[in-house]
Write a new protein. Structure first.
Length: 313
């Protein structure tokens, strides 16, 4: 599961990189009148704001449970992850797309691209570093999994991690689009290519936003653990000596490291109420020992006897 410290490191790294890059891009866009550079500046500025929102979400999600939030506030992170996705789509993607259209309708005369090349080269270095930090956090969250990057992104339950990876990946690709637009525009003496690069950046950000919305929406409305983990939980429960039968467990992610589980268990019919309670404790300890991210286990225990005794724990 995700390590909060590594998630924060990735976010802080991206924030530092994006603030500096955004300022340099805006300066270059001002002197060169490049639409692609302006779009990239907007992109980096939005990424900076998104990192702040995700850091806020991480901090809020770590607050302890209280009377108004008896299960804690882990889902705060999913809420802020959804807000980030909306901002990427509306501000990052929308404004880049708009700037590209405007530049195509009213192209600026081509000027010396030297500043663009310098800024883009520096930005690629910083964004590469931020992307490396984010991917490292993703791999740590996957506990050394050998799955590919796309599979790890789809399986990650931490918006602070998978949003950071996707944002920095989009930033790197956006820089390549901007570099291609500036270079080809000057090589072919065609100012419209700069606007086309800005449109491509906008579409890229919109695609990233759609992916992030789909991931955070599932977690926000109550996504459970994957099928393999669910099977492992059932194997552990059925291996307990006092368990006769279990219903399929019901699980839900409250946060990246906070899963709630409900389990309907039928114990041996010769157990007393006290023995059933002991069996429940053993069952809970066994599941939490294998899956420590399962923080709460609610067991509806039934010992089949003439009285049909039920114990809820």
């Amino acid at each position: 599961m995700a390590n909060p410290s590594s998630s924060k490191t990735a976010l802080y790294g991206g924030l530092i990189a994006n603030i500096g890059i955004a300022l340099s891009k805006f300066v270059a866009a001002y002197f060169t009148r490049s639409s692609a550079m302006l779009s990239e500046g907007i992109h980096s500025l939005v990424d900076s704001g998104n990192a702040v929102l995700l850091l806020h979400g991480v901090n809020q999600s770590q607050k302890p449970a209280d009377a108004r939030h008896p299960f804690g506030r882990s889902k705060e992170l999913y809420f802020w992850g959804l807000i980030v996705a909306v901002l990427i789509f509306a501000i990052g993607g929308g404004m880049s797309f708009y700037e590209g259209i405007k530049h195509i309708e009213h192209p600026e005369p081509l000027t010396d691209p030297l500043w663009n090349y310098i800024v883009l080269g520096v930005a690629i270095g910083f964004e590469g570093w931020a992307y490396w930090l984010a991917v490292r956090a993703l791999k740590e969250a996957a506990n050394g999994s050998t799955d590919g990057l796309w599979t790890m992104l789809r399986q990650s339950k931490d918006p602070a991690v998978f949003a950071s990876v996707m944002e920095n990946l989009a930033a790197l690709l956006g820089l390549v689009f901007a570099l291609a637009g500036v270079f080809l525009g000057h090589q072919l003496n065609n100012p419209y290519l700069d606007g086309a690069a800005s449109i491509a950046i906008g579409l890229l950000l919109m695609l990233v936003a759609v992916f992030l919305v789909s991931r955070t929406k599932g977690l926000l409305v109550g996504e459970g653990v994957d099928a393999e983990t669910l099977r492992g939980m059932q194997v552990i429960a059925r291996s307990q000596p006092d368990v006769e039968h279990i219903a399929p467990p019901l699980t839900m992610y409250l946060g990246p490291q906070d899963v709630m589980m409900a389990l309907d268990v039928e114990f041996r019919n010769d157990l007393t109420a006290e023995e059933v309670e002991e069996a429940i404790d053993q069952l809970q300890d066994a599941i939490k020992g294998q899956y420590p991210f399962v923080k709460r286990i609610f067991v509806e225990a039934k010992a089949v006897s003439a009285r049909g005794r039920r114990i809820l724990k």
